[in-house]
Design a protein around this ligand. Structure first.
Ligand code: GLU
Length: 465
């Protein structure tokens, strides 16, 4: 595949809701493709649907892109700020004869379509106002504001080689003379997209496959404008684990719910990268690696299935790999009620508990062990703090005063105490856990004791004696 350069890609969301996983994946691929070629990635906000577009949704998109680190080189451009440009292009097309005024009322067009449906034909505009050589147009009705229609080719077909789906052909007969400007002059969706892709010199359009039907219309408009065509790639949608269209039922669909639930952006990026693209058997890779590998040749044509377990697995991988100070910053706000005064350092605690955490939220929960006063139930205490164990605990407390305070020395000392009292490890580890942390399940006892520090361990064990 020869690549038109310099590569210029865009992400063009409509701000009608949050940034969802499918949108984020489209953005990621467009971004990665531009980065791969040292090209330009453009962010364009398609906000012409005034009823459905909101400033909150724009912000949600910007937040999502920022969280993922998908930085744009140009934009964000807002279509609502480009109205003058669209009007200018409409005017130029009217002058060039690639568009024309149509004075049919919506009712007339509907009646026209109804007649065609009744005759078993595909309903379409019948070309009443379409100028043709030698054709006499109807007299212009008074007081009617016309729409502007695109003069779509009547015959032939539109073919493009979709980088995801392969060659796609649509007969021009299937395409109406699209309205490109409404009676009040406002331009319509496909027209704005075409003008933008032209003006922004987009070389590669990656988008969801719900846009396949728009593509032949946009190609015809671009051709009429004399524009060079971008390459198109339509990404199949993302399905839920049950094979249905991904929706709220399947959990979070908004990208910004993921930081709330404790996911790291690098896990999400890695996950989305593999959801519809592959590089051999590689599952775990950085964005540097991804942008180096990513081309349009290994995009998956079939629908991708969202797999929350795999995302959690990747998140666990990236949590384990993450710097503990960074994890501490993310976990701290999620540790409600934690008493940090006099407690171990949070990064050191996270280093101890992070292996098993799939999310920052789980990490924060696990870390709480070190930041609250232990309050074991009386029942558990009497169950584990038996008379047989107490003398060993007392000996342990005594040795604690002088033992070198590190994990290995504490472990060796514990073994000696056990041997001297003829006990097995759990017999002392359990009451120790209860007294020091209030819980029976903790990471390795020697590591836990080391982190709490001599003073705290002595004080808490002392309470059990
Ligand atoms: N604004 C469209 C959407 O959010 C995308 C249009 C495009 O990428 O061409 O679905």
């Amino acid at each position: 595949m020869t690549v038109r350069t310099p590569v210029r890609t865009r992400f063009a969301p409509s701000p009608t809701g949050y940034l969802h996983l499918g949108g984020a994946r489209t953005a990621l691929y467009s971004w990665a493709y531009a980065r791969h070629f040292g090209g330009t990635f453009i962010l364009r906000i398609e906000d012409t649907d005034l009823e459905r577009s909101t400033p909150e949704a724009v912000q949600a998109i910007l937040d999502g892109m920022q969280w993922l680190g998908l930085s744009h080189d140009e934009g964000p451009f807002y279509q609502m700020q480009r109205m003058d440009r669209y009007r200018e292009v409409v005017k130029g097309m009217l002058e060039a004869g690639t568009a024309y005024l149509c004075y049919c009322s919506p009712e007339e067009v509907e009646a026209m379509r109804e007649r065609m449906r009744a005759a078993g034909e595909k309903p379409r505009y019948d070309g009443t106002w379409r100028p043709e050589p030698g054709k006499v147009l109807p007299p212009v009705p008074e007081g009617v504001k016309p729409v502007v229609r695109f003069k779509n080719p009547l015959d032939g077909e539109v073919t493009w080689n979709d980088v995801v789906k392969g060659p796609i052909t649509i007969a021009n007969k299937e395409l109406d003379d699209l309205i490109i400007a409404r009676p009040d002059g406002t331009p319509t969706y496909n027209f704005c997209v075409s003008v933008d892709d032209w003006d922004m010199q987009i070389t590669h359009v990656l988008r969801g496959d719900d846009h396949v039907n728009n593509t032949p219309r946009q190609i015809n408009i671009l051709r009429a404008l004399g524009a060079e065509l971008p390459q198109y790639g339509h990404l199949p949608m993302i399905l839920g684990p049950d094979g249905q269209k991904l929706s709220k039922r399947h959990g979070a669909v908004s990208v910004m719910q993921y930081p709330e639930q404790g996911y790291l952006p690098e896990a999400m990026l890695n996950y989305l990268a593999r959801l519809g693209w592959s590089h051999g058997d590689d599952e775990i890779f950085s964005m540097e690696q991804f942008t180096e590998w990513f081309n349009l040749e290994h995009l998956t044509a079939s629908a991708a299935q969202f797999n929350p377990e795999k995302l959690a697995w990747l998140n666990n991988h990236y949590i384990k790999a993450a710097d503990n100070a960074r994890l501490a910053e993310l976990a701290r706000p999620k540790m409600e009620g934690a008493q940090f005064d006099g407690a171990p350092e949070l990064p050191a605690v996270l280093a101890l508990v992070k292996d098993r955490a799939n999310t920052i939220n789980e990490l924060a929960d696990a870390a709480m062990l070190f930041f609250r006063q232990p309050a074991p139930s009386a029942e558990l205490m009497s169950q584990h703090l038996t008379d047989a164990v107490k003398p060993a605990l007392a000996a342990f407390a005594e040795r604690c005063r002088t033992v070198e305070w590190n994990k290995a020395a504490i472990a060796a000392m514990l073994k000696e105490v056990l041997a001297a009292h003829g006990l097995k490890m759990p017999q002392i580890a359990m009451p120790l856990r209860l007294l020091v942390t209030g819980q029976l399940q903790t990471p390795a006892i020697d590591a836990v004791l080391e982190l709490f520090g001599r003073e705290t361990v002595l004080a808490r064990v002392g309470k059990g004696l």
